[in-house]
Design a protein around this ligand. Structure first.
Ligand SMILES: [Zn+2]
Length: 346
């Protein structure tokens, strides 16, 4: 399937309809249950697909309408993790949370998202993307009383993720994205085993593989942390050279309203780059020209045919109308740059 120049895609989540879960809230509990919940999730996915398509998004995602949390929902489907037995740990060195405990060997007894991905496939003829948590980010949301080694547990998760990813690919998913915000925190582990575990998760896939590394949702704990990071966020300098040498196809990073110096993009030269041109911590809707300018600035460091326009991160905490207006701005902005580049060629 061919993509247009500067295709557009959301990073992950969209707000859920208010009849499905309480709006403007992360990890909001479901309002339905049983068969009604199953149907409700599908209706929400249909709406998310329709909104993305009508607003000019090229690579369609499920907007995470079928899950409560980008990491936990996947782990809930695995054996070896006790959700009743909780311990308090520090997540990404940033905030304390009560988390489930790994009590035995972790295993995927059955597919987790494959049915949902098949449903998404049935909703659109466009390219589709599915997101999964990365191994390191999964490890960082658990208390491990069994392996007692972050690396060993990551390796087990990588094997499980690879099983799931292969089945997602077989279900017709074109792009598989792994969310690894932990890559912006644990630099030594990224080099020691983080990238290797991610490559293991992607082993044998023909689908396009993406790693999304960000500074998190626009929630208070993340915004407070960002305020301590100074004028230049150079975190990507640690992971990008390693990713450039890896088998991962695409690197997703945030840019608009972010203190990330754009020259870091040069460090993954040769890879496709998904650049965040929509702020997810501010509900002011970008103008198309602002989006175009963010993308234009990156062209010094990435070839135009390798640039994908996206949001900085998920949009679940927004009002629905704000998130949808931001989708329109994203595709209009990418459209401005596309026209410019095509015009310059003739
Ligand atoms: Zn993110």
């Amino acid at each position: 399937m061919t993509s247009p120049l500067i295709p557009t895609s959301i990073v992950g989540s969209l707000p859920k309809p208010s009849w499905l879960a309480e709006p403007e809230k992360l990890w909001s509990p479901w309002k339905l249950e049983g068969e009604q919940l199953r149907e409700g999730k599908q209706d929400a996915m249909r709406a998310a697909v329709l909104e993305q398509a009508q607003r000019g998004i090229d690579i369609i995602a499920d907007g995470e309408q079928t899950r409560q949390h980008f990491v936990t929902t996947f782990i809930e489907h695995l054996s070896g993790v006790d959700f009743e037995k909780r311990e308090t740990v520090r997540i990404r060195n940033r905030y304390d949370a009560s988390v489930p405990t790994v009590v035995g060997a972790v295993e995927r007894e059955k597919p987790v998202f494959v049915q949902d991905a098949k449903f998404l496939r049935s909703c659109t003829d466009k390219q589709i993307k599915w997101t999964l948590p990365g191994p390191m980010t999964m490890v960082d949301t658990l208390y491990d009383a069994h392996y007692r080694s972050r690396e060993k547990l990551a390796w087990e998760f990588a094997t499980i993720l690879n099983q799931e990813a292969r089945e997602l690919e077989a279900a017709g998913v074109d792009v598989i994205q792994f969310d690894e915000p932990a890559f912006n925190v644990f630099f030594d582990e990224v080099a020691d085993w983080g990238i290797a575990a991610l490559e293991r998760a992607c082993e044998g896939l023909k689908a396009e593989t993406v790693v999304h590394i960000c500074f998190g949702y626009g929630i208070k704990a993340n915004n407070d942390w960002k305020a301590t990071l100074g004028a230049q966020w150079r975190h990507y300098e640690k992971s990008f050279p390693l990713l450039q040498a890896s088998s991962i196809d695409t690197v997703s990073l945030e840019s608009h309203h972010s203190n990330v110096p754009l020259e870091v993009v040069e460090l993954v030269r040769g890879k496709r780059v998904m650049l965040g041109a929509i702020d997810v911590a501010n509900d002011a809707v970008e103008t198309p020209e602002e989006v175009a300018q963010t993308l234009r600035n990156a062209l010094e460091f990435v070839d135009a045919d390798k640039l994908i326009a996206s949001t900085n991160c998920g949009m679940a905490p927004f009002r629905r109308d704000v998130a949808l207006a931001k989708l329109s701005a994203l595709s209009a902005g990418a459209g401005i740059l596309r026209e410019e580049l095509i015009g310059a060629r003739v």
